[in-house]
Design a protein around this ligand. Sequence first.
Ligand SMILES: Cc1ncc(COP(=O)(O)O)c(C=O)c1O
Length: 424
Amino acid sequence: MDKRSFLKSLGGLLALSVTPMHLLSKKSEEFFSFFSEQKFTNDIWKDVRQDYELSTDFINLESGFYCMLPKPILENYLENIRKVNFLHTYYKRKIMADDKVKIIKKLSEFVGCSPEEVIVTRNTTESIDTVISGIDWQKEDEIIYAAQEYPAMIAMIQQVARRYGVKPVEIQIPFNPQSDEEILKLYQTKITKKTRLILVSHIINITGHVLPVKKICEMAHQRNVEVIVDGAHAIGHIDFQISDLGCDYYASSLHKWLSVPLGAGLLYVRKEHIPKIWPLLADNEYPKEDIRKLNHTGTQPFAVQLTIPFAIDYLNKIGLKNKEQRLKTLKFHWYKKLWALQHPNLIYNSPISEERSCGIGTIGVKNIAPTELADILFKEYKIWTVGIDFAGVNGVRVTPNIYNTLEEMEALQTAILRIANSRR
Ligand SMILES: Cc1ncc(COP(=O)(O)O)c(C=O)c1O
């Protein structure tokens, strides 16, 4: 297909996506029963797609930053904004506390922990910084982390290094390890008597590599080392419960894969650790054993948090397992064939094995800078991704969502292959 006909067919494809608003007009009960009656075939994903108002100008494969709200969640959010505005300070003074209890109950059930061990924060950054900055560090304590961790978290580790004399210990995670043991060994060999904390991503955001967090926690606990998990990309993306992992702390951003409006995250702290963590924002309201001491935020956009229960209901109706499987299907649909080619011009940054994969995949083309590759994809093929050049990862990160189609993933695959072939 030449570029012209490619773009033409793309235009046709995208025109199909213009949303007829039909699901939005349904009341939420009808909307949810619509889902429960359906089987999750390729057809149902076409219906799910109609829940999103998508641009007809480009294929959006950049859900890794934050996720677009489907129209039912957006409507619920707008209702919540109106409610908070209408009831004004009466809402905050008389109603919010009860709503908060309900939100925490629902969230804790969804993520699998006790309501006394979780708070709603603004995002993963706030959650992780609360823990790392809140520990009573001793000089020469050590923190192990991978070079592929999110830069803001590495910055906080470096800050406590400067402030308290903590020693940062960095490891490199291989793109395609042969076994979990290979990864465990990387952490294990760095543990010393001074090691106090391991920071580990549940999903490495720049490669989509799902790490064996449970095994890392077991190994670390045998050596009296605590583990904080950066789950920014895991909640609402892969099917698991925090209680399954055995971690000490877990952080996530709910505005990513749970599709909560921007500005919501969570922090889980295992009960026994709560007393020793200092709040990021000082609090005199709660005793030191109460996790709410870590949640003194000042006045907030309450409507964001109020939308969490609806976002959970929305996802539960689709089913987290179904969503995880669909996102993996989308990844493998474009990545597997490119992988099989082992093209000399391609740089494969993401794992190929089923158990280490999720919806995220990253691929580069030799001698093209990642930002340039992203620009080519956008300008010439109308595909929106992001270039990543960090910690040995070189390429565009592709993060489809449940509204993306198999055809769109094929369009990406074709585009990448053409660009790679043009560089021979
Ligand atoms: C692994 C990881 N951790 C943390 C963050 C920070 O998330 P937020 O900006 O919502 O705090 C991100 C953002 O993409 C991420 O990918």
